[in-house]
Write a protein that binds this ligand. Structure first.
Ligand code: ADP
Length: 327
């Protein structure tokens, strides 16, 4: 096994709170182990442009509490071409980088898998996305922080909703995943939750709203994941308005604020454990794998498996509980 001397670390694709904490853990673990670290700016684009920075312990001082990513992120179409990846490889080789830690989502992992196979470069991946939609980890980086952000927003919306006896349709992120909707919906006491994975249709929502009305609730909050099959919050609001035209309906799309903010304690600790594990695994000769949390343990999953499998991330028991809470 070839000894690793210089790890290139980068963030790519959608950003998520906790990415900085993961970068910090990679840098500090590697330096502790006498391995150099190169920061690669803007993900794969930075590899192609040779946009590198040599990192030391101080480069990552006071970043653990910040959202976003100090190494920036980007989407890079050129990396999808053989020529682009060749350019990236020539640059990292010239800089002495002999292993990679990629922090990102599905797309980032797909690129890392391909690159590692083509050029025989060891790579470990850390799942960073607020959507929590990756195989191989119970929780992805940023998901817990996003849930807290959404709950805070729901609490604030609830204040104004109850003052005016309004019904609010709050759209949260999750194109294919209802994880944020379910968790924040339960935590925020929503009257109804619509998720892409659950084909509930609007009839059930009508029933839930009618029930809430019969109980003389002064306000109602419906959480809708952006990928819900009924077409997002505006569309659902329109359908509901046609049937309940006496209701004072408002729509609030939370949008990108869910991707920002200071990472929660949970995300900081998770990121630190994942960054540490990624470096240790590279040193032990592991490659083409993701690190993740299973129960309380940090484990690895081969990239091939992580990329080819889907898991149903909604907690079945929580789904059942959510229904009872709304009744
Ligand atoms: P995420 O990592 O959040 O899923 P993207 O899907 O945008 O975000 O992927 C991030 C980057 O990974 C892309 O901009 C591209 O550079 C690279 N990538 C994605 N898919 C592939 C692929 N099939 N081959 C090579 N690189 C890819």
């Amino acid at each position: 096994m070839k000894k690793i001397t210089n790890i290139g670390v980068f963030t790519s694709g959608g950003d998520a709170p906790g990415m900085n904490a993961a970068i910090r853990a990679v840098v500090r673990t590697a330096i502790y182990e006498n391995i150099q670290v190169t920061g690669i700016y803007r993900g794969y684009q930075g590899m192609i442009d040779a946009d590198f920075v040599n990192m030391n312990r101080r480069s990552v001082s006071s970043i653990i509490q910040h959202g976003g990513t100090i190494l920036k992120s980007a989407r890079c179409l050129e990396f999808k071409t053989k020529e682009g990846r060749q350019k990236a490889y020539d640059n990292i080789k010239a800089h002495g980088i002999d292993a990679l830690v990629a922090i990102g989502g599905d797309g980032t992992f797909t690129g890392a898998d391909l690159f590692s196979k083509e050029f025989e470069i060891p790579v470990m991946c850390i799942p960073g996305t607020i959507d929590n939609d990756l195989y191989g980890s119970d929780y992805t980086l940023g998901y817990d922080t996003a849930n807290n952000t959404v709950i805070e927003a729901i609490d604030k919306i609830r204040d104004t909703a109850s003052s005016h006896s309004r019904v609010f349709f709050v759209e949260v992120m999750g194109r294919d995943s209802g994880c944020i909707a379910l968790n924040a919906g339960v935590g925020g006491g929503a009257e109804a939750i619509l998720m892409p994975e659950v084909d509930s249709g609007v009839t059930e929502l009508f029933d839930e709203l009618a029930l809430a009305e019969s109980r003389e609730k002064s306000s109602m909050i419906v959480i809708i994941a952006e990928g819900d099959q009924n077409g997002g919050a505006y569309n659902v609001a329109k359908i509901v308005k046609e049937k309940f035209d006496h209701l004072d309906i408002k729509v609030s799309i939370l949008g990108h604020l869910q991707r920002g903010g200071s990472p929660s304690s949970f995300d900081r600790v998770l990121a630190t454990r994942m960054g540490f594990k990624a470096v240790k695994e590279l040193m032990a000769g592991n490659s083409r794998a993701t690190v993740g949390l299973r129960g309380t343990a940090i484990v690895t999953t081969p990239l091939e498996e992580a990329l080819s499998r889907k898991e149903f991330k909604l907690d079945e028991e929580l789904l059942a509980i959510a229904n009872i809470m709304n009744k």
